[in-house]
Design a binder for this molecule. Structure first.
Ligand code: SF4
Length: 481
């Protein structure tokens, strides 16, 4: 399967601007959906934004954000009467459509509005028209369309209107919509995958204008489910709606290109690396922590969504007390010093393992960073006080406590991070060739890549070697090719 990324794709300027305004007013009220994308809305919810469907639900004097696709003049009036502090997210293209409707209306022309009457943008356009009378045959009219309509359909409808009326002007479709639709129309491949939410009008239109079978994927689960279907085609185009985050686009393309979506790493060799330099083992652990932060960047650049690392096993308590307490201190320090980096890079931190045995300050630091990064899509899962057998025992005890027989499916839901997909690739550094009680359940079908490189020396080149090794494997998972 050849994957072709269509340009332009992804967030338009109007959506970017509305999101930036909302992000800088986290915790404010958002009227309607700011933009039609579930990933973005999830992030705003995590920032404390409150979504309301009626301006009257916003407390008097509060801050309200108007959505990218605008509001009616009546809503603006009600916001003023309630003394709301308004942050206007209305896209300039939508504002232009509003102004066109008002101009036609002020000139006394009947205005024909094309679009979905239930959409907030169309309601906003209609709100600008003082006299909504039907035009008489031959009369001069203005035409305004929803900005995200199918450009071909609008052109056909305007041609029909010209047969009956004197069309004085047409306004509406925005440049971002037109350019994305043109790229899809011109694609000469076998199928198109459109990334975006199903309630996004411009996303659905991209499917409508395609000249080959078109599919919508709203999240990575959809992409994974559609991957086999896509592999039936020779050449697949990938595009995305105007409110789809770029990182979702990159992850989806990586998934289709068979870049693993989940890489797990046994970061072995820190102690030996330090000893070979005549330094204490803790020096190696600190160097290994630095390598992990760099590796996270390389993995993110390659569209890998989930990274799990083996940081401290249930067996590691047997190490000298000074090394164990040094490691616990290092974990706390790392969490505190790297929290902003994780937030800046939009990486969600999760910890898997028996955290009840960890020192209290470390548990508090974990909880704090997990809360601050909870809304992000890319994930770093750190296995701390973790053992594969312990995880299975804990899940088995949870199942026994429930008193219900389990299946593989229901048992999986009792593991430490049940919503994270199984790792596709496990990399072990440091020259050993064993699994060492790591992700015993989850890695049942994982590919393994072993390298002699000690973890602090692990480089971008080592990573690409592992990914190249992975992509050359034939992953049948027990089936026949
Ligand atoms: S799709 Fe067009 S109208 Fe809608 S926010 Fe983007 S640029 Fe503005």
């Amino acid at each position: 399967m050849e994957i072709v990324t269509l340009d332009p794709h992804g967030m338009c300027s109007g959506v970017r601007s509305a999101i930036a305004k909302a992000m800088s007013h986290g915790g404010a009220y958002c009227l309607h959906q700011l933009v039609h994308n579930e990933i973005v809305l999830g992030e705003l919810l995590a920032l404390g934004s409150v979504f309301v469907d009626d301006i009257e639900k916003v407390p008097d004097g509060a801050t309200v954000i108007f959505p990218a696709h605008g509001v009616t003049p009546e809503v603006r009036g009600r916001a003023a009467a309630k003394r709301l502090s308004v942050v206007d997210g209305t896209c300039p293209f939508v504002a232009r459509a509003h102004r066109a409707a008002r101009r036609f209306s002020d000139a006394g022309l009947p205005v024909v509005v094309l679009g979905d009457p239930s959409h907030t943008e169309v309601q906003g356009i209609l709100g600008e028209i003082a006299d909504r009378r039907a035009p008489r045959p031959g009369e001069k009219i203005g035409v305004v369309s929803q900005t995200t309509m199918n450009a071909d359909e609008v052109a056909a409808e305007v041609a029909r209107l010209r047969e009956k009326f004197d069309v004085a002007g047409v306004a509406g479709i925005c440049t971002a919509t037109k350019e994305r639709q043109d790229a899809v129309r011109e694609f000469d491949g076998d199928a198109i995958l459109v990334l975006g939410s199903r309630n996004s009008a411009n996303t659905r239109r991209l499917c409508e204008v395609a000249r080959c079978p078109a599919y919508i994927a709203s999240n990575m689960d959809d992409v994974v489910k559609l991957r086999e279907e896509m592999e039936r085609y020779g050449k697949v185009g990938v595009t995305s709606g105007a409110s789809t985050p770029e990182r979702f686009f990159e992850s989806a393309v990586g998934c289709l290109r068979r870049i693993p979506q989940h890489v797990a790493i046994i970061m072995d060799g820190n102690g030996r690396w330090a000893q070979s330099r005549g330094r204490p083992r803790g020096f190696g652990h600190a160097a290994g922590a630095g390598t992990l932060m760099r590796a996270l960047g390389w993995l993110g650049d390659r569209g890998i969504r989930y990274v799990t690392v083996y940081a401290f096993s249930t067996e590691n308590w047997k190490r000298p007390e000074s090394e164990v307490s040094g490691l616990m201190g290092l974990f706390s320090t790392m969490l505190k010093s790297k929290a902003s980096e994780l937030v800046g890079n939009q990486v969600r931190l999760r910890v898997a393992g028996r955290r009840g045995d960890l020192p209290r300050p470390l548990r508090d630091a974990i909880a704090d960073v997990e809360r601050r990064t909870a809304s992000f899509e890319r994930q770093l899962i750190v296995c701390l006080n973790y053992g594969g057998r312990a995880e299975i025992v804990d899940a088995a005890n949870a199942a026994i406590a429930r008193g219900e027989p389990v299946t593989e499916e229901t048992f999986r839901r009792l593991l430490y991070v049940p919503d994270v997909p199984d790792p596709d690739l496990v990399i072990r550094t440091g020259g050993e060739r064993r699994t060492s009680n790591f992700l015993l359940w989850e890695s049942a079908y994982a590919e393994y890549h072993f390298t002699d490189t000690l973890w602090p020396d692990f480089s971008e080149r080592d990573l690409d070697e592992a990914l190249g090794d992975y992509s050359s494997r034939d992953r049948r998972k027990g089936g026949l090719s």
